[in-house]
Design a binder for this molecule. Structure first.
Ligand code: IMP
Ligand code: MG
Length: 176
């Protein structure tokens, strides 16, 4: 990537925050009288989970998982690997997976299978971004932020080669 590559805004900060608040309120309603475990998928979801949890007004606990599916490239290797597992036991718990973005759906698919094997009471998925790609596998997203076009996006936790995670908006790069 060159230095004169241009960053374009796809979803601005205000629009993001409004949606995150709505999603948090919806989860608050649906999990009234429950104590869900928010499982954030690192690293991309760290900003999303930090923002959404402050709009969820039920007792939540947190856990984190890190998976790697892209390595350092923009193209998926297709192989999902757990690089950090949960610290807690989720058996009998209401789990909400917090994902930044669903692209091919492979990561989510793998995660759900992996977590189901630990016998939680329930698993739902909250994903900020859903890319418009043809998928053969089921779309599990219950709480969705935005449908976005099929292009590589950065910011609000998302990176290219570890850069741009700190942008307050979702953008894309013109590499011409
Ligand atoms: P999937 O397994 O193809 O659905 O990819 C999921 C993971 O790849 C996401 O959780 C992200 O970490 C990463 N990813 C997919 N698309 C993008 C993107 O456009 N920008 C940054 N990361 C992405
Ligand atoms: Mg991710």
């Amino acid at each position: 990537m060159t230095d004169n590559s241009k960053i374009h805004v796809l979803i601005d900060s205000k629009t993001l925050q409004k949606k995150v608040k709505e999603l948090g309120r919806q989860i608050t309603k649906d999990y009234k009288d429950k104590k869900p475990v928010l499982i954030a998928v690192l690293k991309g979801s760290f900003i999303f989970v930090a923002d959404i949890c402050r709009h969820i007004n039920v007792p939540v606990v947190f856990d984190f998982m890190a998976v790697s599916s892209y390595g350092n490239a923009k193209v998926s290797s297709g192989i999902v690997r757990i690089t950090k597992d949960l610290d807690t036991n989720i058996e009998g718990k209401d789990v909400i997976i917090i994902e930044d973005i669903v692209d091919s759906g492979r990561t989510l698919n793998y995660l759900i299978k992996n977590l189901e094997a630990r016998n939680p009471k329930s698993i739902e998925v909250c994903a900020l971004l859903d890319k418009d790609v043809p998928r053969k596998i089921k779309n599990y997203i219950k709480y969705k932020g935005f449908d976005i076009p099929n292009r590589y996006v950065i910011g609000y936790g998302l990176d290219i080669g570890e850069r741009f995670r700190n942008l307050s908006f979702i953008g894309y790069i013109d590499e011409e």
